[in-house]
Design a protein around this ligand. Structure first.
Ligand SMILES: Cc1cc2nc3c(=O)[nH]c(=O)nc-3n(C[C@H](O)[C@H](O)[C@H](O)COP(=O)(O)OP(=O)(O)OC[C@H]3O[C@@H](n4cnc5c(N)ncnc54)[C@H](O)[C@@H]3O)c2cc1C
Length: 409
């Protein structure tokens, strides 16, 4: 459906859909073993990212003055959602790879010094394989960082200290999207161990080739496997002073990343659900059991109705939340967390119906439907767990009570 979309949005969606139907889906169907290649660099052929470049969706978020395709700012997040859904309908891991570039570009255009924007946006625009990453999660802290635990003992373990005019960082980050193959990282570190994390966390730009940075491993994930999730270690990693993005209140300033980020997350999740519905609707109208095509059995029809209803409910909340983020509405924070967590739980159920309606075929690797179930499961864990997302919703609605740390007064 195209209601409410601008001409630009309709054209972008059409070219993206054609790319997914003509390039991405045939690749996935024809090469289902590729995601299990234990050489992470060999999984996704470079032509796929080059194809994304051709349809103009690789460097969204980059300002026009640096060669990007600038979207209408009044509807930018809604357009991100539209395109993220389309790509994830083809492959959720590919969508993960691309959207990190958009999200981090938004962060950089807001926070990075001009000369570094010039340098890194040029690298991103010129090289279709160039990827960005955003590194917060550590072995002892992740999405719970946004709960009201604003106390020194909950602070980041990764530490940055000033030495002779530079910054020196020690620590590690885990579960980072594009962590294995990014060319540029945004890294969060503690710069004041006596303060709560909302006052004591700073963010830095870290080029991949920085001495002291080691990409320790690529995680072998259950789903979204065409995005290479990685672990990073920093050992006396020295950065020039101008690579500091935000000193002290970096977590608060990361809102420009996280609000569109939650919307994009929900939109990718929706794309997985839409694909699960498409393949299931096709299957039940062709596969014969008990002398009739499956859809004629009423229990099957009911499940299909349940899938369609959940998808439309997710879409409705997503549209409302993305409009709120674009409008910078007072309830944008609450709504984008709602959209993210609601999508993850509803689309998981959609994917479950999909594999059940496919019977035995639903769990065969070469059939391809189980991949959607695996991809859907990842969303429960990305960008905050379901429980933490719900706590954040209530914290944003009741800051004076739920928003206060439950520890000692
Ligand atoms: C595919 C993938 C991609 C990711 N990409 C990135 C990325 O690009 N950058 C990045 O920084 N991170 C990334 N992450 C990390 C992701 O944000 C975290 O996995 C997520 O926030 C959960 O943190 P955790 O894994 O440490 O789980 P934990 O925090 O250890 O949670 C374990 C369980 O305990 C619960 N829990 C934890 N703390 C509390 C609390 N205080 N109160 C109540 N319950 C609690 C959780 O809800 C969960 O059920 C990614 C993760 C995945 C799986």
């Amino acid at each position: 459906m195209s209601h409410g979309l601008s001409q630009e949005q309709q054209l972008m969606r059409a070219s993206c859909r054609a790319f997914v139907d003509d390039v991405v889906l045939p690749f996935i169907r024809g090469n289902w073993q590729r995601e299990w290649d234990m050489n992470p660099s060999a999984r996704l052929p470079p032509e796929i990212l080059a194809g994304a470049e051709e349809v103009g969706i690789r460097a969204l978020g980059v300002p026009a003055e640096f060669g990007g395709l600038e979207l209408d700012s009044a509807t930018e997040v809604q357009t991100f959602a539209l395109i993220a859904e389309e790509i994830a309908r083809g492959d959720s891991g590919l969508a993960d790879k691309l959207v990190q570039n958009w999200k981090v570009s938004v962060l950089l255009r807001n926070l990075a010094p001009k000369h570094l924007q010039e340098k890194w946006f040029a690298r991103l625009v010129d090289d279709p394989q160039f990827l960005l990453a955003h590194c917060l999660t550590e072995p002892r802290g992740a999405s719970d960082r946004w709960l009201p635990y604003n106390v020194p003992e909950a602070a980041m373990q990764t530490r940055a200290v000033r030495r002779n005019g530079d910054w020196v960082i020690n620590g590690r980050k885990q579960f980072i999207s594009n962590g294995y193959d990014a060319g540029l990282y945004v890294v969060y570190a503690n710069t004041n161990p006596n303060a709560g994390m909302l006052q004591g966390t700073s963010s830095f730009l870290v080029p991949r080739e920085t001495p002291g940075l080691t990409v320790a491993r690529c995680n072998e994930t259950l789903g979204c496997r065409f995005m290479n999730n990685g672990e990073l270690v920093f050992e006396d990693m020295r950065l020039p002073a101008d690579h500091l993005l935000v000193e002290g209140d970096a977590l608060g300033k990361a809102g420009v990343y996280f609000r569109p980020g939650k919307i994009i997350q929900a939109a990718k999740n929706l794309g997985v659900g839409v694909r699960a519905f498409e393949v299931t609707a096709d299957y039940v109208q062709n596969y014969v059991q008990g002398g009739r095509i499956l859809i004629k059995h009423q229990a099957v029809a009911l499940r299909l109705a349940d899938m369609a209803t959940r998808i439309e409910a997710v879409r409705a909340l997503l549209e409302r939340a993305s409009r709120a983020v674009d409008a910078n509405a007072a309830d944008a924070d609450t709504l984008c967390n709602m959209a993210k967590v609601y999508a993850s739980e509803e689309i998981m159920k959609v994917a479950q119906h999909a594999i059940e309606l496919h019977g035995g075929n639903g769990v065969m690797l070469d059939f391809g439907v189980e991949k959607l179930f695996r991809d859907a499961a990842i969303f429960l864990h990305m960008d905050a767990t379901a429980d933490i997302s719900k706590l954040k919703i209530i914290k944003s609605m009741f800051p004076a009570t739920a928003g206060k740390y439950a520890g000692p007064e």
